[in-house]
Design a protein around this ligand. Structure first.
Ligand code: HEC
Ligand code: HEC
Ligand code: HEC
Ligand code: HEC
Ligand code: HEC
Length: 195
């Protein structure tokens, strides 16, 4: 009644091979887990972290609560730019996954922040309006990957009033397309003469 897919004499050898392989995996998992199981090297920011469990919840992947044990609301408040800090504190409160925007295991030099918001205005926007943060005119709570909401505040209303009619929503984000070379005054010609 016995059925074996292998010739009977090779069974002990195969069992030994499997046992050795499992032993090697078990040993390797505790000694070199990254080499064996991780999809790639950690970034330079996290290269010092030795335990996978600092970021990973068993069977669930990287979890926000693990990240938050190092990246606390307090740390964001103390170190990050105001908009970035406010946004992350909200993310922490909501328990949203960090992996929507951050990656890992792409090698030491990899950029681990995806889709960092580009600034379509150039530094010009700060100089021209005497503001210091994107948050002076925008609400980023929808996340860094969707377009920010324009606030309705005195700074924005004042900016819309300037420009002698040229500051029209939907047409003005690229400040430097009219304010060539970052100049405040627009010389003579109207940039988009479709008035
Ligand atoms: C600094 C935090 C951090 C550490 C430490 C870390 N990981 Fe990860 N790991 C991540 C993040 C973040 C992702 C998700 C990457 C993505 O989605 O681009 C990930 C993804 C993975 C994945 C792909 C499957 C999945 O859950 O998305 C594996 C497998 C993995 N890690 C294994 C490991 C192993 C093994 C170690 C320990 C040697 C380790 N990781 C250490 C942050 C970390
Ligand atoms: C054991 C502590 C620890 C854990 C856990 C940890 N980090 Fe970090 N993280 C650091 C350190 C240290 C740095 C280096 C920069 C610094 O703060 O000085 C860093 C830097 C970063 C940066 C900044 C990179 C840049 O471009 O400046 C991001 C983003 C980041 N971590 C995201 C995460 C995410 C997402 C997780 C969870 C998957 C995570 N971290 C888990 C300690 C940690
Ligand atoms: C919607 C996208 C998004 C999510 C979700 C997100 N981040 Fe970020 N994070 C960013 C962007 C964009 C930056 C870079 C901002 C900049 O400096 O330009 C950043 C920067 C950081 C930094 C560096 C802050 C500094 O000191 O300048 C850390 C640390 C960080 N994130 C950790 C986390 C952790 C932990 C989570 C999860 C709780 C998380 N992030 C969730 C988009 C995100
Ligand atoms: C002084 C006010 C002001 C500041 C400061 C400001 N913006 Fe804007 N932003 C605007 C206006 C006005 C628009 C045009 C909105 C429209 O056309 O509906 C805009 C539009 C945008 C858009 C959408 C672009 C498009 O093509 O529709 C993005 C993205 C953006 N801003 C990002 C930023 C970032 C990032 C910063 C900080 C580096 C920033 N803004 C700072 C006023 C500002
Ligand atoms: C479609 C062309 C156009 C775009 C795009 C544009 N502007 Fe203007 N802007 C003008 C014109 C025209 C004037 C008024 C002409 C003048 O003052 O010489 C002006 C005037 C201004 C003034 C007042 C200058 C002064 O000397 O009083 C400021 C401040 C300003 N713009 C900021 C911005 C900012 C910030 C952006 C991007 C968010 C922007 N502009 C985008 C055309 C534009």
């Amino acid at each position: 009644m016995r059925f074996s897919p292998l010739p009977p004499r090779t069974v002990p050898a195969v069992l030994i091979a499997i046992t050795l392989l499992l032993a090697w995996l078990a040993w390797g998992s505790t000694h070199y887990p990254e080499t064996l199981w991780a999809p790639g090297n950690l970034s330079r920011y996290h290269a010092d972290i030795t335990a996978c469990s600092q970021c990973h919840q068993a069977f669930q992947g990287a979890s926000a609560s693990k990240c938050a044990s190092c990246h606390t609301a307090k740390q964001f408040a103390a170190r990050a730019k105001p908009t970035v800090s406010a946004f992350h504190q909200q993310t922490l409160r909501d328990g949203k996954p960090c992996t929507n925007c951050h990656t890992e295991h792409r090698g030491a030099l990899a950029q681990i922040t995806l889709g960092a918001m580009a600034n379509p205005h150039g530094e010009f926007v700060f100089r021209a309006t005497h503001t210091h943060t994107c948050g002076a005119c925008h609400n980023f709570s929808a996340g860094f990957q969707s377009p920010p909401q324009l606030l309705d505040n005195i700074i924005v209303r004042h900016l819309l009033d300037e420009g002698e009619g040229a500051h029209r929503l939907g047409k003005m984000a690229q400040c430097l397309s009219c304010h060539k070379g970052g100049r405040m005054e627009i010389e003579g010609e109207e940039e988009d003469g479709d008035e």
